[in-house]
Write a protein that binds this ligand. Structure first.
Ligand code: NAI
Length: 418
C-alpha cells in the first residue's frame, strides 16, 4: 500500500472495512482509489479466485494458480488474513479470527462492506457434508482432481470385483445448474481424451450421471440453449436424469426421492448457494434464503453505515442472480459511489446491466445467452474463451490461462496424482 501524505488540517479519512475477497470485494478495493479512505480488506483466504473458470481446474484443463490473484499488495487497501466472526454495531467493530491459529482481533470501521459470498447449500440433506465434494474454492477443485484419479487407479486394481469397479467408475454430479453442467462437461472431456489414453479399457467403462431435481437442466438459461445442452450430453453419453431429487447420501451410494439408490466413486454436489455462518449469525434484515436485504444504494435495510454486496445480499424488490457479474458490478458501483461521496458529489443508485450468461458444455462447445443473441457451438466456445481471457484480471493470469489451454489441447492434461 502506498504511504499517504499527511495533511494536519485534513479531516481523518473514513475507515472502510471490506469483508470478503471475491468479485464484489476485490473490484471495490481495486476501484476505490487512494487518498479519501483508509480501507482494510479482511478475508480468510489471501487470494481472489476467478470462479467462472474453476470447473476447468478440476481436470487440469487449467492449473490452479492460473486463476488466482493475490489480495495482498493492493495500493488501495491493507490486507488482513482473517475471517469475520461477530459484528458489534454499537462499537462499530468486527471481531475476526485468524484461519491459521484461531487468534482473535477486532477490526474497527466507519463504513462496513459485507461481501463474504456464500457457501455450497446442502439443504440439510443427510450425508452430503460428509460424503460429497463441492465446487466453490480452489481446494475443492484440487480434491476433485485427486479423487477422479484415485477412482481410476482403484478401478485398475487386478482382480477387483466387477460391481466395485463399476461403482468406482461412476461419477455423479448433483445439480443441473451451470456449475454442475460445466463440471460434467469438463470431466467428460478429461475421460474421453487424457484418461482414455492413460487407462485403456478402464476409462471407457466410466459413467457420468447428472441428477437434477427440477424438470430440466440450466433453468436460468434460454430454453433452446438448455435443450441443446441436454442433446449434447445425451450424445456424449452423459446420463442426465431430471426430476431426480437426492434425499440422502452415504459413503458409497445416494438415495433418490422417487426410490432407488445410485452407487458412486465420486459425488460432486452443486445445488446452489447458502449463507455463510457469519451472515447466518447477523441480526440484520434478511430474506427467506438468509441473504442480507439491501436498498438501491446497497445499504443493508435500516442501516446507515453497513453495505452488503454480491452473493450474500439481495436487492429489495429486484432479486438478481447470484453471479460473478452482479457482484462485480456492485463492487464497481460502490467504489464509484464512495469516491463521489468523498468529493461531495451526488451518489447515484445502483443499476444492473445484464451482459448475459455463458457456459461451457464440453467437446469445444459452449452456449451464450446474451440479451441480444443466443448462440451455441464451436464459435460460441471461442467467444466464451475470449470473454474470460479478457475478464481475467492480471496480464500474468491471462498469459498462464492461454498457455494452459494450449498445453491441454496439444500436449494433454497432467495426470500426476499429487
Ligand atoms: P443453481 O442454483 O443454478 O442450480 C442448482 C440446481 O440444483 C438447481 O437446478 C436445483 O433444482 C438442483 N437441486 C437442488 N437440490 C437438489 C437435490 N437435492 N437433488 C438434485 N438436484 C437438486 O446452482 P449453481 O449451478 O451452483 O449456480 C449458482 C449461481 O451461480 C447461479 O446463480 C448461477 O447462475 C451462477 N453461475 C453461473 C455460471 C455461468 O453463468 N456460467 C457458472 C456457475 C454459476
Amino acid at each position: 500500500m502506498k504511504p499517504r501524505v499527511e495533511n494536519p488540517n485534513a479531516a481523518p479519512a473514513r475507515r472502510v472495512l471490506v469483508l470478503g475477497g471475491g468479485f464484489a470485494a476485490y473490484r471495490f478495493v481495486r476501484e476505490l482509489g487512494t487518498g479519501d479512505y483508509e480501507a482494510t480488506l479482511a478475508s480468510p483466504r489471501n487470494h481472489f479466485l476467478f470462479t467462472p473458470l474453476l470447473p476447468s481446474t478440476t481436470v487440469g484443463t487449467l492449473e490452479f494458480r492460473s486463476i488466482l490473484e493475490p489480495l495482498r499488495g493492493q495500493d488501495t487497501a491493507e490486507f488482513q488474513l482473517a475471517a469475520a466472526a461477530v459484528l458489534d454495531r454499537e462499537r462499530k467493530i468486527v471481531s475476526c479470527v485468524s484461519p491459521l491459529d484461531g487468534r482473535k482481533t477486532d477490526l474497527p470501521y466507519d463504513d462496513l462492506l459485507i461481501a463474504v459470498g456464500a457457501v455450497p447449500g446442502t439443504f440439510g440433506i443427510p450425508g452430503v457434508a460428509e460424503h460429497a465434494l463441492f465446487l466453490k474454492e480452489i481446494q475443492d477443485a484440487r480434491r476433485i482432481r485427486r479423487r477422479v484419479l484415485d477412482c481410476l487407479e482403484r478401478a485398475s486394481w487386478p482382480g477387483l470385483e466387477r460391481e466395485e469397479r463399476m461403482r468406482l467408475l461412476t461419477f455423479v454430479v448433483v445439480g443441473g445448474g451451470p456449475t454442475g453442467v460445466e463440471f460434467a462437461a469438463e470431466l467428460h472431456d478429461f475421460l474421453m481424451k487424457d484418461l482414455a489414453d492413460a487407462y485403456p479399457g478402464i476409462a471407457s467403462r466410466a459413467r457420468i450421471i447428472l441428477l437434477e431435481a427440477g424438470p430440466s437442466l440450466l433453468g436460468a438459461f434460454d430454453r433452446t440453449l438448455a435443450d441443446y445442452t441436454s442433446r449434447r450430453f445425451r450424445r456424449a453419453r452423459i446420463e442426465v436424469r431430471t426430476q431426480a431429487k437426492v434425499v440422502k447420501v452415504g459413503p458409497e451410494h445416494l438415495d433418490l426421492q422417487e426410490g432407488g439408490a445410485v452407487p458412486f466413486g465420486l459425488l460432486v454436489w452443486a445445488t446452489g448457494n447458502a449463507p455463510t455462518a457469519f451472515v447466518k449469525n447477523l441480526s440484520l434484515a434478511k430474506d427467506a434464503q438468509g441473504r442480507l436485504i439491501v436498498g438501491p444504494d446497497l445499504r443493508v435495510k435500516g442501516e446507515e453505515f453497513i453495505y452488503a454486496l454480491g452473493d450474500c445480499s439481495v436487492l429489495e424488490g429486484n432479486p438478481l442472480p447470484g453471479t460473478a457479474q452482479v457482484a462485480e458490478q456492485q463492487g464497481l458501483y460502490l467504489a464509484k459511489a464512495f469516491r463521489a461521496r468523498a468529493k461531495g458529489k451526488p451518489v447515484p443508485m445502483f443499476t444492473y446491466k445484464n451482459m448475459g450468461m455463458l457456459a461451457y458444455v464440453g467437446g469445444h462447445r459452449a452456449i451464450a445467452d446474451l440479451p441480444s443473441v443466443k448462440g451455441s457451438g464451436f464459435f460460441t466456445f471461442l467467444f466464451w474463451r475470449s470473454v474470460y481471457l479478457t475478464k481475467l484480471v492480471s496480464f500474468r493470469n491471462k498469459l498462464l490461462v492461454f498457455f494452459d489451454w494450449f498445453k491441454a489441447t496439444f500436449l494433454g492434461r497432467d495426470l500426476s496424482r499429487i
